[in-house]
Design a protein around this ligand. Sequence first.
Ligand code: ADP
Ligand code: MG
Length: 244
Amino acid sequence: MGDGVAPRLAIEGLTRRFDGRAVVDGVSMAIEAGQVSCLLGPSGCGKSTTLRLIAGVDWPDAGRIHVDGQPVVDGAARVPPERRGIGLMFQDFALFPHLTVADNVAFGLPRRDPGTAARVRDLLDRVGMTHHAAAYPHQLSGGEQQRVALARALAPRPRILLMDEPFSGLDDRLRDDIRDETLAVLKAEGTAVLLVTHDPAEAMRMADEILLMREGRIVQRGAPYTIYNNPVDLQAAAFFSDLN
Ligand code: ADP
Ligand code: MG
């Protein structure tokens, strides 16, 4: 922060306890606009709880969250979820079944704004779904639904997009392609992204920075190949060992 510009998302000492157990235990991170960070770790290590705290659907016992330098959670400051400028995309974040593809993408946008139709067209084009604009979700494949969900999440131009295992419902054969397409759309949009995954291959493929999480703590952070080549301990090495 030497140039005085705050990161898009800054988190310090984030802690959440359930029944006295710290499930998220002093997590800190900073994410810049246009950066994809992956919170990577085994099931149950506290990834989804971390995302819920950032989204504002759960409150931490301690710690601070700032967005573009503004306090979102900090002492008495508690900004509600809808005013955080944060978008969400979860694996089971289903599309609205009674709305067309175009109306799903337009859902979070102002109805009468002349920019809305253009924004929807642009996003559908970028996720390759223009020809399905009038279709309903049940007429689409899983991969197509995922692309529409991405367009819908990005439509209101969130400052930060939180993605929780967004590809885990997809067919193995599709997953690599969808990951690459998603990454291209995210980079073009310039959103700051925190992507949660238990899959090291996904983090290696998508992340600018990996945050390796274990039992509520970040045990290592860095560029994908730096972590891959210099795992912090045997457990981290074992976690990456299935990759080739
Ligand atoms: P991950 O997403 O990494 O798989 P979670 O953040 O969902 O992990 O959960 C981390 C731990 O916190 C798990 O042991 C889970 O059972 C526990 N946990 C999550 N939410 C609650 C809750 N509301 N009450 C009690 N325990 C919870
Ligand atoms: Mg989870």
